[in-house]
Design a protein around this ligand. Structure first.
Ligand code: HEC
Length: 456
C-alpha cells in the first residue's frame, strides 16, 4: 500500500511538472518586460555608443531612450543579421564554423540579440528610469578603442573634391617627436575630418600604407598594419611587438583616396600604446601577406570563388586574420591543410565599407606547423544583391580601384622555432586540459604530448 506521503509526493511532482510545462503568466509577463532602462541601455552603451553618438561616425545617436525608441525596429533588423553585410555592430565572423574566440570580439551574444528583438516587438518600453545605467562620458571627437594612446601622430591633411576621381599617391611625412625607442603594444588609426567635431563627410581614405623612417635611415621600419576604411584597432602579439625608433617620422607611401560626394578635408591620426620601458620581445614577428594574381569575375553572378595558397616555411602562431577584397567581395574562409588533415579555421563575411581585422584570443590563435598549406577562399557576388557593386553588368578584373577587385590576406603572426613551438603546444594542452589524441581546432599537433616528426 502506498503511504500518504508518497501519494502527496506524486501529486506534488505532477503539479510541479505541469507548472514547469505550461507557460505561467509570470514568465510571459517577464518576457514582455524587457525594458530600455534595465536591459537595452547597457547593451547600447557598451556596443553602439562609441559610433552612435554626437561627434562620431554613425548617422544617428543612440544615447537616449527617445533616440533608441525611434530606431527600435531598425536596431532589431540590423542586430539580427549576425555575420551578414549590414550587421550592427559591424563584425562578420560566422558563428557556426571555425574558431570563436577573439580578443577584439564586438559581436552581441545570442541572448542580447534576443533581448533587443523582444524589446522592439513589445513596443520598445522605457521601463523604470531608476534602472538606467549612469550615462557614459565621451570625448567630443572620435575616440580610441585602445585606451588613451601614449603617442598620437597627426599626418598632413588631404582634400578630396566632391565627385573627384580616385587618387593614388604619397602623402607627406609627420614627425613622431619620439625621443627614445619604444615597443608598440597596440595601434589604431582614426580618420579625422577637419570639419567641426572631427566628423564631416564620410571616409575619404580607402587605404593608406603607413611607412616609418628614421633620420638618415633608408626606411626598413616594421610592416605597420595597412589602414583601410572602417578598420578597427590592431593589438600586436605581446611576444613580438614592433619597434618604433626614436626620431621616427611616418608618411603614407601609398594612399588611395575616394570621393564621398561631399568636398572633404581629412587626415589620419595614428595612436600608439607602448609596452613599458625595458620590455623586450621574445619572438620574431611575421606579417604574412599573399593573394591577388589573376581575377576574372563574371557580371551578375553570385558565389564566385578565388583560391589563394601559401605554404608556411616556419612554424607560425597566427595572431590575426584580415581579409582584403574590394566592392564585390562578400566572404573569405581560412583553411589549414597539414599532413592530409584539412580544417576550416574561420569564415567571415566581408563588407567593403568595413575592412576588419579579427584578432585571435591568444589561447585559441592558430598554431600551424611548418609545411602547413594555408588556403583562403574569397567569395564574390557581382549581382545587384551586393549593394557595394556599382554596376552589376560589368566584367571585373584585378585592379586598384574599388570597383575593380582584389583578393588578399593579411596574416600577422609570430614565427616559432621547433622548441618554442613545442613549448607553446605544451602550454595550450595545459590551458585547455587536452587529453592525448585530443587536438583542438587550429592546432593540429595539440593532441600530442610529444610532437611527432614529420617528413617535410
Ligand atoms: C564601429 C562603429 C559602429 C558601431 C560599433 C555600431 N554602429 Fe550602427 N552604424 C554605424 C554606421 C557608420 C552606420 C551607417 C552605415 C550603415 O548603415 O551601415 C550605422 C548604421 C546603423 C543602423 C541603420 C540606420 C539606418 O539608417 O537605417 C542601425 C539601426 C544601427 N547602426 C544600429 C546599431 C546598434 C544597435 C549598434 C550596437 C549594437 C551599432 N549600430 C553599433 C556605425 C556603427
Amino acid at each position: 500500500m502506498r503511504s500518504t506521503n508518497a501519494v502527496a509526493g506524486a501529486m506534488l511532482a505532477t503539479l510541479l511538472g505541469a507548472a514547469w510545462l505550461a507557460p505561467s503568466p509570470a514568465t510571459a509577463q517577464q518576457a514582455a518586460q524587457v525594458t530600455y532602462a534595465r536591459d537595452i541601455a547597457p547593451i547600447l552603451q557598451r556596443s553602439c555608443e562609441r559610433c552612435h553618438r554626437a561627434s562620431s561616425l554613425a548617422p544617428m545617436s543612440l544615447q537616449s531612450y527617445q533616440e533608441a525608441r525611434r530606431w527600435a525596429s531598425r536596431i532589431k533588423e540590423r542586430t539580427q543579421l549576425r555575420d551578414q553585410s549590414g550587421v550592427m555592430p559591424p563584425w562578420f565572423v560566422e558563428r557556426d564554423v571555425g574558431i570563436q574566440h577573439f580578443a577584439n570580439d564586438e559581436a552581441l551574444s545570442e541572448h542580447e540579440i534576443g533581448l533587443i528583438a523582444a524589446w522592439a516587438d513589445s513596443g520598445a518600453p522605457e521601463g523604470n528610469r531608476a534602472d538606467l545605467p549612469a550615462p557614459l562620458v565621451w570625448p567630443s571627437s572620435p575616440s580610441w578603442d585602445i585606451g588613451e594612446p601614449d603617442l598620437v601622430v597627426d599626418l598632413p591633411s588631404f582634400t578630396m573634391e566632391a565627385n573627384a576621381p580616385d587618387w593614388w599617391g604619397v602623402i607627406d611625412r609627420a614627425a613622431t617627436g619620439l625621443t627614445e625607442d619604444r615597443h608598440v603594444a597596440a595601434m589604431q588609426v582614426l580618420e579625422i575630418s577637419d570639419a567641426e567635431g572631427g566628423m564631416g563627410g564620410k571616409f575619404i581614405f580607402h587605404h593608406a600604407i603607413l611607412t616609418s623612417t628614421v633620420p638618415g635611415g633608408r626606411g626598413g621600419g616594421p610592416f605597420w598594419p595597412v589602414h583601410e576604411v572602417g578598420r578597427n584597432a590592431q593589438h600586436f602579439d605581446p611576444e613580438a611587438s614592433p619597434l618604433l625608433r626614436a626620431g621616427s617620422a611616418f608618411f603614407i607611401s601609398s594612399a588611395h583616396m575616394h570621393s564621398n560626394d561631399v568636398t572633404t578635408t581629412a587626415h589620419l591620426r595614428l595612436g600608439f600604446k607602448f609596452h613599458p620601458r625595458g620590455y623586450q620581445p621574445s619572438k620574431s614577428e611575421l606579417m604574412l601577406t599573399f593573394g591577388n594574381g589573376e581575377i576574372d569575375l563574371a557580371p551578375m553572378r553570385k558565389g564566385q570563388e578565388i583560391h589563394l595558397y601559401h605554404t608556411l616555411e616556419q612554424n607560425m602562431k597566427v595572431t590575426s586574420f584580415e581579409p582584403h577584397m574590394h566592392a564585390s567581395g562578400v566572404r573569405m574562409c581560412f583553411e589549414a591543410i597539414w599532413a592530409g588533415r584539412t580544417e576550416t579555421l574561420n569564415c567571415v563575411g566581408y563588407d567593403h565599407d568595413w575592412v576588419k581585422v579579427y584578432s585571435y584570443d591568444p589561447d585559441h590563435a592558430p598554431l600551424l606547423p611548418a609545411g602547413t598549406l594555408v588556403h583562403m577562399i574569397a567569395y564574390f557576388d557581382t549581382t545587384e544583391d551586393n549593394e557595394n557593386v556599382v554596376d552589376p553588368r560589368n566584367w571585373q578584373g584585378l585592379g586598384h580601384r574599388s570597383i575593380d577587385n582584389m583578393a588578399i590576406t593579411f596574416l600577422p603572426g609570430i614565427t616559432l622555432t621547433d622548441e618554442e613551438f613545442a613549448a607553446e603546444i605544451a602550454r595550450r594542452r595545459q590551458v585547455h586540459g587536452l587529453a592525448e589524441g585530443e587536438a583542438m581546432l587550429g592546432c593540429p599537433l595539440c593532441g600530442y604530448a610529444t610532437v611527432p616528426a614529420v617528413q617535410q
